[in-house]
Ligand binder design. Structure first.
Ligand code: NAP
Length: 308
């Protein structure tokens, strides 16, 4: 099979940091075009917008949408209507309900729609899932604290409606949680701290439960300087399981069970190639649904304004 000819839409931080090297390292896919208003790549066909790219007749099979979540639905709908396979950065959209029509459009046009959750491809996530399938969890603590100024420098969209604020990184924790726990969890309450000049929260505590009464507490912060915390701790009969470093490292009572080099985006593109070759799609909305429910049920608190 000839390689999938891919166009990257939105050449920003994550496209440069992760997508470009992962595409280059993945067999069966090649970058042939970029659609980005303010950025281009040497030696790759450039278009300011997806509309211009699709109108140009440039031969592409697929698009990877690395734009902010607001507006991604329109790009995905446009690409599917043009007969292209679509890879969505996380979160897959700005709302849960906008994804249904995309799934239907992908089915109708027999194209692949892949809603990626990069943290699910972290190396210790599968070992954690396997461990928790054997040993019942008793309580779960999620600590997801990072420095927005490091990871999202100057990104205004993250503070706008649909930008998710601290839930932009925290949805990665939820993508892991919804993979490793044996039963689905649902939101039972929370406090969301909104800077007075922002439409999205900068910190939050959220409580979850499952049907058997398992309690999950999440402590989320976007102003963490120094060491960053991307940890999920699970109390079990066999000890405390710690999935640390965003899913890269697994330990039980301090003893390391799994620590391997990360290859999240390479595994994303490997999976995309498989999905396209087999005619499949992969769209799981559980993490986005939990964020939406936190916004529905969480108490809204106003805190000091945020300035980059
Ligand atoms: P970013 O640096 O702002 O890049 C997004 C790019 O999309 C921009 O450079 C811009 O390029 C284009 N764009 C199109 N419409 C836009 C609009 N209305 N507002 C702003 N930019 C627009 O953002 P990012 O950090 O790469 O994040 C993009 C997506 O990747 C988000 O969904 C995010 O959650 C996800 N992600 C980010 C990280 C991270 O560490 N930053 C990690 C994993 C996933 P042009 O101006 O050239 O059109």
């Amino acid at each position: 099979m000839s390689p999938i000819r891919l166009a990257l839409v939105g050449l920003g931080k994550i496209a440069r940091d992760q997508h470009l090297p992962a595409i280059a390292a993945t067999e069966g896919i090649e970058l042939v075009a970029v659609a980005s208003r303010n950025a281009s790549l040497d030696g790759v066909a450039h278009f300011a917008t997806l509309t211009e790219l699709l109108a140009s007749g440039e031969a592409i099979d697929a698009v990877a949408l690395c734009t902010p979540p607001q507006g991604r639905h329109a790009f995905a709908a446009q690409a599917l209507a043009a007969g292209k396979h679509v890879l969505l950065e996380k979160p897959p959209g700005a709302t849960v309900s906008e994804l249904g029509p995309l799934v239907s459009a992908a089915q109708a046009s027999e194209r692949t729609l892949f809603a990626t959750w990069h943290s699910r491809f972290a190396p210790a996530v599968e070992p954690a899932r396997a461990f928790l399938a054997e040993v019942a969890p008793r309580a779960v603590r999620v600590t997801w604290k990072e420095d927005v100024r490091v990871w999202h420098p100057g990104q205004r969209w993250i503070w706008e409606p649909g930008g998710l604020g601290v839930f932009d990184p925290a949805i990665n924790a939820l993508s892991i949680l919804t993979t490793i726990l044996p039963r689905p969890v649902f939101v039972t309450g929370g406090d969301l701290s909104f800077p007075s000049n922002c439409a999205a929260p900068i910190a939050a505590t959220v409580a979850f439960a499952d049907a058997d009464g398992l309690k999950v507490e999440a402590d989320l912060d976007f102003l963490q300087t120094g060491p960053q915390s991307w940890d999920i701790e699970v109390d079990t009969d066999r000890g405390t399981l710690l999935l640390a470093k965003g899913g890269a490292e697994l330990s039980l009572d301090g003893q390391v069970l799994s620590a391997q080099p990360e290859a999240e985006y390479r595994n994303i593109y490997k999976r995309f190639v498989e999905l396209v070759e087999t005619g499949g799609s992969d769209v799981d909305l559980a993490p986005l649904q939990l964020v939406a429910d936190a916004f529905l049920l969480g108490r809204r608190l106003e805190v000091a304004p945020f300035h980059d």
